[in-house]
Design a protein around this ligand. Structure first.
Ligand code: PAF
Length: 282
C-alpha cells in the first residue's frame, strides 16, 4: 500500500487513474481503525478498482473543549490493518497540508438537518465535516465514497451536500458493526473504563427496546422516547444528550412511526459521548 501525505501527489495519481478509466473508491476516516472502518474498506474493494483510505483527524469538526488533542491516533497500526485489507493508497495529510496558513473556505449545509441532534450539542461540527469531505472529494476524485451508518446524521448530510453541490459521486452507507454484546464500534470506545464499558451497553439495549415496542405495534414517538429515556436514566454514569425518532430520509421530526424511521441517540457515559442508531421500516 502506498502512503501519500501530499495533496498534489495524490491528486496527480487520482487523475491518472481516472484517465485510465479506473473506478476510485474513497473511505474517509480519522484513523484508529476498527472493524467498522475495515467493513467500509471491504465494501469499497468489492465495488472499485482502486481504494483510497484517508486518515485525517480534522481539527475544524471538533469544538472547544472536545477531544481533538486526545483523539486516539496510531498510524503504524492503521497502516498494518490497511495493508492486510489490501487498500491501495493511504492518504494521510498534515493539518498544514489541508488547512494552510490563511485558509478561509468552508462548505456548510444549512438548516435543521445540521442544527438538530449532534449539531445541537456540537455547533459547527457538521460544517467541519462537510468542508473536509468536500476537500477530500476534490482531491481524490472518487466515483464512490463510503460512510458508516453509525454516523447516520453525518451520512444524511453528506448525501444532501453531494446532491446539492453536484458531486458526481455515489455515497454508499455501510451498516453498523457491533461488538459481540451489541456496543457499536467506535474509536472513542477506548476512553471507557471497565464499569463505563458495561454501562455503555445501554445505548444498544434502549434501541432494542424501541425496536421491540415498534414491532409490537407501538406507533407513538413520545411514548417510545420516554421508555428509552427511563432505561438510560437507570444507569448512574449515563447522561442523555438526545434521543430522537425522525424520518430516515431527511431527519424530519415525526410524532407517529410511519415508513422508514431512524431512532438515534447520543449519551455521555462518564466523559465519553457515544452515539448509536437503528433504522426501522413499518
Ligand atoms: O466519520 C468520520 O470519521 C469523520 O467525520 C470524517 C467523515 C472522516 C470527516 O472527518
Amino acid at each position: 500500500m502506498k502512503v501519500v501525505k501530499n495533496i498534489s501527489e495524490i491528486q496527480r495519481i487520482c487523475l491518472d487513474y481516472k484517465r485510465a478509466g479506473k473506478i476510485i473508491g474513497l473511505v474517509p476516516t480519522m484513523g484508529y481503525l476498527h472493524e467498522g472502518h475495515l467493513s467500509l474498506v471491504r465494501e469499497a474493494k468489492k465495488r472499485c478498482d482502486t481504494v483510497i483510505v484517508s486518515i485525517f483527524v480534522n481539527p475544524i469538526q471538533f469544538g472547544k473543549g472536545e477531544d481533538y488533542d486526545i483523539y486516539p491516533r496510531d498510524l503504524g497500526r492503521d497502516i498494518e490493518l490497511l495493508t492486510e485489507e489490501k487498500a491501495d493508497i493511504l492518504f494521510a495529510p498534515s493539518v498544514r497540508e489541508m488547512y494552510p496558513e490563511g485558509y478561509s473556505t468552508f462548505v456548510e449545509v444549512e438548516g435543521e438537518i445540521t442544527s438538530k441532534m449532534c449539531g445541537a450539542s456540537r455547533p459547527g461540527h457538521f460544517r467541519g465535516v462537510t468542508t473536509v469531505v468536500s476537500k477530500l472529494f476534490n482531491i481524490c476524485l472518487p466515483d464512490y465514497a463510503f460512510f458508516g451508518q453509525k454516523d447516520a446524521q453525518q451520512v444524511t448530510i453528506i448525501e444532501k451536500m453531494a446532491r446539492e453541490l453536484n458531486f458526481p459521486i455515489e455515497i454508499v452507507r455501510v451498516p453498523i458493526v457491533r461488538e459481540e454484546d451489541g456496543l457499536a464500534m467506535s474509536s472513542r470506545n477506548v476512553y471507557l473504563a471497565p464499569e463505563e464499558r458495561r454501562e455503555a451497553l445501554v445505548l444498544y439495549q434502549s434501541l432494542q427496546h424501541a425496536l421491540k415496542l415498534i414491532k409490537s405495534g407501538e406507533r407513538d414517538v413520545p411514548r417510545i422516547k420516554r421508555e428509552m429515556e427511563e432505561m438510560i436514566k437507570s444507569r448512574p454514569r449515563a447522561e442523555i444528550d438526545y434521543i430522537e425518532i425522525v424520518r430516515a430520509e431527511d431527519l424530519a421530526y415525526i410524532d407517529k412511526i410511519e415508513g422508514r424511521v431512524l431512532v438515534a441517540l447520543a449519551v455521555r457515559i462518564g466523559k465519553t459521548r457515544l452515539i448509536d442508531n437503528l433504522l426501522v421500516e413499518v
